[in-house]
Design a protein. Structure first.
Lengths: 331, 331
DNA sequence: TCCTGGAATTGAAACGTTTCAATCCCGGCG
DNA sequence: CGCCGGGATTGAAACGTTTCAATTCCAGGA
């Protein structure tokens, strides 16, 4: 494999000059640059990442911890997120390192190994819990990171999030405007921060419309299709009347629609349904799902931009991204 | 950040000894080892990945190229795959580097950059095409890789694949046994190798049952829910009679079920439906989908095992994994 | 008591960059 | 014609490991 010395020799210059060309640091005569570039192309030279990392003291790599096992993320939403992150990384010449972790205890050890070993320059945290042990750990260790999501009390750290509260409020307003008065709400456990915000949106939305908050209409269920199904079925079985239903994630909405179908109540006709996320499948359900889109590209870009700032040692401001109501036939 | 010298000093030994302890190479007195380990723990030392990479001439990192843009993989199946890969990597102390790539031309450049820069030791290829330009490129450059899937003619390279032919044949046999004679089949474009194999399974399955192959029952459509929907709808609109339908992916099956519902034909009752993949959602459709499960953990393990062998310079044999028919209510 | 040999330990040289400081080159000015 | 100054180039020292070869240590045999 060619090294910088090989390139230097071939171009008839010193390695230092090659380095200057490579990094656009230092003054190089245009003609020399030309020769160096030609040598690079001819040799098919690519700088050794490890050597660079060693010398520059950074790896230009973003760390992403993916929980597996029990906590595994099976929402297709995350595949979209990974895509968006990958794209945003590519735009900034960064690499994306995915590390998986079976149990929460190992999370922190993994973080240390990757960071102290300089394998990554900082982290992206996803699937945030309201009280997330990773946050204090990272803060204490002075490891740069950006969270996708917030924690209880909006601690002092860089984050990017989608405004779930505003989104759900908009959904409620939309339904109210269409004459709905009894709107059920499917919420994931409040240990997820996003669940908390979205529920808040539901509350405020009702309040703004002057509607009472009825506890029986609110169901807590895991953010999966199955749990959404069960929760909606429970509502139906218990005979709680409602003409519309908002689910905090599309997956839950899909489950709910299945329950409605089974009960002979046509979604979009007998019961309005609204989801959240706009996973690709949402456009293809029966009927197509009205939902709040999380603008993935924007999210990816914001996360990486913020991450870069954090790694540079700045304290970038949080970013709150507005979801977009996508009207389809389910509501 | 602590270095190996710090550890050495603290333990009262030379860096070489610390290295021996770290890697279990070279003889070390148990008592010395103890002292070194204590120093490591006290300092919270983690070896610098870049330095290691430089010296050992390998990075212990698996490269995975994720196409985005047009070719983006939005099948939730891939999220499962990423999880499985992450787990398998963790088992072998490997890291997983995800690189994204918008256009096919850039694929090859990306591969070169990552490999020649020793950022990764080799690649995992997914989303294989029947004639995949990446394969000859990697072979010519002598870059280790393992493909998840085959190409036309089963070229001479390491691969792991799920036996789509056997799977679909089993599905056909299963349906025939239940009295079905007119079985529609939804196939992705044959430029995907897996589509080719699965279609072959359909052909052979029919032949084994002594049923004629009717071209009108075979529909080619992109492996998305939307395309599955359209294809099934076309069948229905054209009035082609069929009592069962096999889709080459779950996503297509979901689309088909939607078309059936819309046409008033209840899946699992009026028409048997079988998918392929067993994405998490398959258990939650209406009705739950009978499908051929791709055993993800097995796949991840096989891929990484094979990858390791390939990186060591061996020429590991291909692995063909059997899918498992999961009976649910759709067929 | 000295020597031997194997086990344990160490010193130092690499791995391939980047970057500081030093040197070289050359046109223009005095 | 010599010198100056600034741009261009280079040499060499890191960065933090691993590993070869050399050295030290020590128990046991002669």
């Amino acid at each position: 494999m060619a090294t910088i010395r090989d390139v230097a020799q071939r171009a008839g210059v010193s390695p230092a000059t090659v380095s200057y060309v490579l990094n656009n640091s230092g003054p190089v005569r245009p003609e020399t640059r030309e020769r160096v570039l030609r040598a690079i192309a001819e040799l098919g030279y690519h700088p050794h990442a490890g050597a660079r990392q060693l010398k520059r003291r950074r790896s230009d790599t973003v760390g992403l911890i993916l929980p597996t096992g029990e906590r595994r993320l099976s929402d297709p939403f995350f595949l979209e997120l990974i895509h968006a992150l990958g794209d945003a990384c590519a735009d900034h010449q960064l690499d994306l390192l995915i590390a998986t972790c079976r149990d929460p205890a190992a999370d922190l050890r993994l973080i240390d190994r990757l960071y102290k070993g300089r394998r990554v320059d900082g982290f992206l945290l996803i699937d945030l819990q309201r009280r997330d042990p990773r946050i204090p750990h990272l803060q204490a260790a002075g490891i740069p990171f950006v969270a996708f999501g917030r924690i209880e009390g909006n601690g002092e750290f860089p984050w990017v999030d989608v405004d779930g509260e505003a989104g759900i409020r908009e959904a409620v307003a939309y339904l109210v405007e269409r004459g709905h008065r009894r709107i059920a709400y499917l919420s994931p456990p409040l240990s997820f921060t996003f669940a908390h915000h979205r529920l808040e949106g539901y509350r405020k939305g009702l309040a703004e419309a002057g509607l009472p908050l009825e506890e029986a209409l609110i169901r807590i269920a895991r953010p999966t299709m199955e749990a959404g199904y069960e929760a909606a079925r429970a509502l139906l079985v218990e005979g709680i009347p409602f003409t519309a239903l908002i689910a905090a994630t599309d997956l839950m909405a899909l489950g709910a629609m299945r329950a409605l179908h089974e009960a002979g109540r046509i979604p979009g006709q007998d019961v309005a349904v609204i989801g959240f996320d706009d996973i690709p499948m949402a456009a293809q359900t029966h009927p197509p799902l009205t939902t709040l889109r999380q603008p993935m590209d924007q999210i990816g870009q914001a996360l990486i931009r913020t991450w870069l700032a954090a790694v540079r040692g700045e304290t970038p401001p949080p970013t709150l991204i507005q979801p977009v109501l996508i009207r389809r036939e389910s509501a």
